[in-house]
Design a binder for this molecule. Structure first.
Ligand code: SAM
Length: 278
């Protein structure tokens, strides 16, 4: 009987030790981690839910609203940043913009690459009509063509483009692997696909840069936006790239946009490989 009492007391004492140790572990940092994990789970559930209602293309009057929003300074500076970034990949004779929306990136690229043939496609006819109105206002834009087309079935021949670019459209695609496979098909070997999008998680340095350049209010709006839209994070973008025939070069940031850099590898024939090895 005495032995039983003793061992029960031991058990109670060791349980108290385990509990106090657990409370010790739940210090400030652990509580913060638990809250973050909980919030990110809630966020990802919310995004999965919202994705069902998220339209793939942006119809009218969303096209008008998006045109107004994308004419603001923060967007204008991003189109310029992306255009410079694309130009750094060499002077391609032909560039395709997938999900070109109101056409602002095409106009920014035209200013930097006046010799390049620029083509934009968008699944929304209202967006294409809006892009045509914007292009008409811009006299330099005679070499730009925009048409209604789905990223999943691009109306172009194999290996027609040197470079494929896309901004803010990836998170709308219901079948991103098919869309990237189409981008791969229409690219010449050695060509790049540069897929820019906002991401769920922004590195601190990028967040600070955006705050310094555009202020806390706009940064806050971007953060709020990322709750509703089904954005990926940089790691998920790379995973997506690895599920295609592309070589994933890397992901990196251009302003607030994360860029997934993909390259269509050059496949050498047996003869070419032998010649290269000689
Ligand atoms: C947020 S807007 C971005 C527009 C433009 N690239 C920009 O940066 O201003 C996304 C665009 O992708 C288009 N889009 C969505 N899914 C598409 C698809 N499967 N094929 C082609 N365009 C698509 C939408 O209609 C919309 O115009």
């Amino acid at each position: 009987m005495r032995w039983k009492m003793g061992s029960t007391l031991d058990l109670v004492q060791s349980s108290i030790k385990v509990y106090s140790h657990t409370f010790y572990l739940l210090s400030k940092n652990h509580v913060r981690i638990l809250i973050n994990v909980g919030l990110s789970k809630m966020r990802s559930r919310l995004q999965q839910f919202m994705k069902q209602f998220h339209p793939e293309g942006i119809p009218w009057p969303g096209s008008l609203l998006y045109n107004a929003v994308s004419s603001t300074e923060i967007f204008r500076q991003h189109y310029e940043l992306v255009a410079h970034d694309v130009a750094n990949y060499g002077k391609a004779e032909c560039i395709l913009d997938i999900g070109s929306g109101p056409g602002h990136l095409l106009i920014a690229m035209q200013k930097l690459l006046p010799e390049t043939r620029l083509v934009g496609v968008d699944i929304s006819s209202a967006m294409v009509a809006q892009a045509r109105r914007n292009l008409e206002k811009c006299r330099q834009a005679s070499q730009i063509e925009v048409r209604v087309a789905d990223a999943n079935a691009l109306p172009f021949a194999d290996e027609e483009f040197r470079c494929v670019v896309s901004t803010g459209s990836l998170h709308h695609w219901k079948d991103p692997i098919q869309a990237l496979s189409e981008a791969h098909r229409v690219l010449k070997p050695g060509g790049y696909a540069l897929i820019y999008d906002l991401v769920r998680e922004m590195p601190n340095a990028v967040r600070k840069d955006i705050r310094d350049r555009f202020g806390s209010f706009r940064l806050g709006l971007l953060w709020l936006h990322s709750f509703e839209e089904p954005f990926l994070n940089a790691e998920e973008m790379e995973t997506l790239g690895r599920m295609t025939d592309f070589m994933v070069v890397r992901t990196r940031f251009t302003g607030a946009l994360c860029c997934l850099v993909l390259r269509k590898t050059i496949i050498l024939t047996t003869n070419q490989t032998q010649m290269a090895n000689q």
